[in-house]
Write a protein that binds this ligand. Structure first.
Ligand code: RIB
Length: 304
């Protein structure tokens, strides 16, 4: 049976410009190509999880505008349950101008719009579906009260909960304690732990309340470092030809969530997440760059 994943999070329309290099402050540079496509950390994770074979419900808000239609289209195309998507009458769909340079690195500005208007009632409406799921995933592109509420609902219903604290932000310790898995990159770890410039094992340890929690620090081409109260280890990344790293973190979270929901043990789940992220970096875009299950399985098989 397919793994059941609930994702509470954002949809943004990504407005991506590809260029040789980023402009410096005050400088104008020529862009090479401009692409409009579906994005948003929550939605990217939902698309990736669906392509990996999971049964995915996405809970979020978009505006009553053309960008909102773009979200509905990709979710319907990917077979994602949209029963709990609200078309917000008062806010525009989130947008994210993104700049990607030839090295594959990116910078992003997110105007959250309707993502910030998600309410408890949106989640309560999905209580039955949440109760039947294996894993719940959320991120920080919705209002933080709803991040806390989503994690609380997930724990109450007995799910495994994943907090992807991106983009960087701080949350009260009692909210972080509701996450079984916490998946920051190095910058996000500094901000969440409020230990800037520190050593990342200590930063990660400071987030752990129970023996059951795991912090997974995503470090790009260096791999993923996991830290538990009494254990830690590095799972190396896969070497690929990088075209665009935007959405790599989302791919990792989705892959890892699906693998855990399917019963893989921690290190294998992390390798599965790494393979999903590596493949997402080999093509431009975010949601549209997410790999399918056969590609991930093939990459993992090649590495054995
Ligand atoms: O993680 C990548 C995503 O961050 C983009 O799709 C953009 O919308 C921002 O949310």
């Amino acid at each position: 049976m397919a793994a059941k994943i609930v994702i509470v999070g954002s949809f943004n329309t990504d407005l991506t410009t590809y260029m040789e290099r980023m402009p410096r402050p005050g400088e104008t540079v020529y862009g090479r190509e401009f692409v409009i496509g579906p994005g948003g950390k929550g939605s990217n994770q939902a698309v990736a999880a669906a392509r990996l074979g999971a049964d995915v419900t996405f809970i979020g808000r978009v505006g009553q505008d053309v960008f909102g239609e773009m979200g509905l289209k990709i979710w319907q195309d990917e077979g994602i349950n949209t029963d709990f998507i609200v078309r917000d009458p008062n806010h525009a769909t989130g947008v994210a101008p993104i700049f990607v340079e030839d090295s594959g690195e990116n910078v992003i500005v997110v105007a959250l719009g309707a993502n910030q208007a998600i309410q408890k009632a949106d989640l309560d409406a999905a209580a039955e579906i949440i109760a039947q799921a294996d894993v719940l995933v959320t991120q920080l592109e919705i209002n933080y009260d709803m991040v806390a509420y989503a994690l609380k609902l997930g724990k109450e219903k007995g799910l495994r909960t994943i907090l992807n604290p991106a983009p960087a932000g701080t949350l009260p310790p009692d909210v972080v304690a509701l996450a079984d898995y916490i998946t920051p990159n190095e910058t996000e770890l500094e901000v969440l732990s409020k230990m800037p410039g520190g050593e990342f094992t200590a930063q990660a340890q400071s987030l752990l309340t129970t023996d059951d929690q795991t912090v997974m620090v995503t470090m790009g081409s260096k791999g993923v470092q996991y830290v538990r109260k009494n254990d830690s280890g590095l799972i190396p990344s896969f070497k690929v030809d990088v075209v665009d790293t935007t959405g790599a973190g989302d791919a990792f979270n989705a892959g890892m969530a699906v693998a855990l929901a399917e019963g893989l043990e921690l290190r294998d789940a992390l390798a599965f997440g790494n393979a999903t992220a590596a493949l997402a970096c080999t093509r431009p875009g975010t949601a549209r760059a997410m790999p399918h299950r056969d590609e991930v399985d093939a990459l993992l098989a090649k590495s054995k």
